[in-house]
Write a protein that binds this ligand. Structure first.
Ligand code: 5AD
Ligand code: SF4
Length: 442
């Protein structure tokens, strides 16, 4: 009998990568591999990498390096590296030189061909460098088996790549130009997920608001796509990630407002509250335009939960620029903000900008801003006490059901008071807010 083989995938970075790893897992399972609980038990280890900040790259390099002893111990262990980090120019050669034990390298956009690369490696037992230039990439997702991590949450790609070239960001260089997936393919996939009883479907793209395609000869933009998906019968919630403030328009806001199936949760990265910095970041909106959007959202979607991304210490960021960001944060009042220190990325315009901010200043700013955000977030969740919120029951422990609000905030329900099922949407009354979790009853 053939010996059972196991795989282990280490995923870094954003939700897009998490979803790409679900495709890698599907391809491996189709070839008879099963998931290993621990890396040391695997016959193939895949690193699905990220390069958005230097810290991510350093961590990945350390983790690939740590496989060396395993590779010595276990003859036949296959090590594959893919994703955004390997897509960078000359990176495949650098990685192979640093870690000669790597067997397969491929890039960020050709995950669906992984099976082919693996088969070739297995038959030839020869190193495969399969990174292809972004221009040569053709979307070919249909037909790839997706081994989803969850039976409740599902990710669906609606577009790939990015055309925005924010001056700090490496994504457009590694992911290539924007490509929208065909509306009919997305609709088919979502219908299947609803049939399979998936409860939360998250539409993924670097900038979902610039989605455009056609259906039956008619143009379909992002708002149209959301409306078509909301009209699919069944009990599910639709989310999306990420939005760009320059493209989020009134039609999208109205579509979110009027459809009960769309989560009342918007992640709207602002990056900075200073017009000078926004201009140098090439974000194509002003502080005023952003705040205008937020006003419109709050007015049309009264209980909306907002989150954002912020970069501190962008080149040339003065104390006043930083204070503009602090003020914007206080004005918008986000339930959560992902705050990053600016990280120089090779080949981006910001890498060459003068007045790079010293690390100490960046550290102070991120520290202070996180403290302000934590306080705002605590106030927002404390204000939910005595209100009723919709939540999805996602887990149960001995004492609690663990449910989550649309923004991902954990709500604990004592089993004494509640009888429900994992996978159900329930209306909960918030009783308390303790140690970062909401406590509730039905
Ligand atoms: N340095 C720090 N943060 C960055 N991001 C993107 N590029 C960089 C960089 N060079 C952040 C942005 C983006 C999020 C996904 O990562 O805030 O919205
Ligand atoms: Fe990067 Fe800007 Fe594109 Fe987002 S919109 S992926 S920050 S270039």
């Amino acid at each position: 009998m053939k010996e059972q083989k196991y795989y282990y995938i280490s995923t870094y970075g954003c939700q897009m990568n998490v979803h790409e790893s679900e495709k890698l897992a599907g391809i491996l399972q189709q070839r008879g591999f099963l998931p290993a609980k621990e890396q040391k038990d695997a016959d193939i280890i895949v690193f699905n990498t990220c390069c958005i900040r230097e810290s991510a790259e350093q961590k990945i390099l350390g983790n690939i390096g740590a496989v060396k002893p395993l590779k010595k111990e276990k003859k036949g262990l296959i090590v594959a590296v893919c994703g955004c980090m390997s897509q960078q120019s000359k990176m495949a050669d650098f990685l192979k030189q640093k870690f000669p034990f790597i067997n397969i390298i491929f890039g960020a956009n050709n995950v669906e061909f992984f099976g082919k690369y693996l088969d070739t490696y297995l038959s030839q037992q020869k190193y495969q460098n399969m990174v292809i230039p972004n221009e040569d990439y053709i979307e070919n997702e249909n037909g790839v088996k997706i081994q989803r991590d969850s039976t409740m949450h599902a990710f669906v790609n609606i577009m790939y790549g990015c055309n925005n070239f924010c001056s700090y960001c490496i994504v457009p260089y590694v992911k290539g130009r924007e490509q929208s997936r065909k509306a009919s393919d997305i609709i088919t996939e979502v219908k299947e997920l609803v049939k399979m009883n998936y409860k939360v479907i998250t539409l993924l793209g670097q900038n979902v608001n610039s989605y455009h395609s056609s259906l039956d000869g008619k143009d379909v933009d992002f708002a149209d796509l959301m409306q078509i998906l909301c009209d699919i019968p069944g009990e599910f919630e639709l989310r999306f990630m990420s939005s760009h403030p320059k493209d989020l328009n009134s039609k999208v806001i109205d579509t979110i407002a009027k459809n009960s199936k769309v989560s009342k949760y918007i992640h709207l990265p602002v990056q900075s509250g200073s017009n000078e910095v926004l201009k140098r970041m090439n974000r194509n909106y002003t502080r005023e335009k952003y705040l205008g959007l937020i006003d419109e959202i709050k007015q049309k979607i009264p209980n909306v939960i907002l989150t954002t991304d912020i970069i501190v210490g962008f080149p040339g960021e003065t104390d006043q620029d930083y204070l503009d960001t602090v003020n914007l944060l206080k004005q918008v009042r986000y339930a959560n903000a992902f705050i990053f220190m600016y990280s120089k990325r090779k080949g981006t315009p910001a890498e060459k900008m003068e007045n790079q901010v010293p690390l100490e200043v960046k550290k102070q700013r991120i520290h202070d801003l996180l403290a302000i955000e934590h306080q705002i977030s605590d106030e927002i969740f404390t204000a939910l006490i005595n209100t009723t919120q919709r939540a999805l029951v996602e887990e149960e422990t001995d004492k609690f059901y663990i449910a989550k609000l649309q923004c991902g905030k954990v709500v604990k329900l004592s089993k004494h008071q509640v009888s429900t099922n994992v996978g159900s949407f329930i209306d909960v009354k918030i009783l308390d807010y303790k140690n970062g979790d909401l406590i509730a009853k039905i």
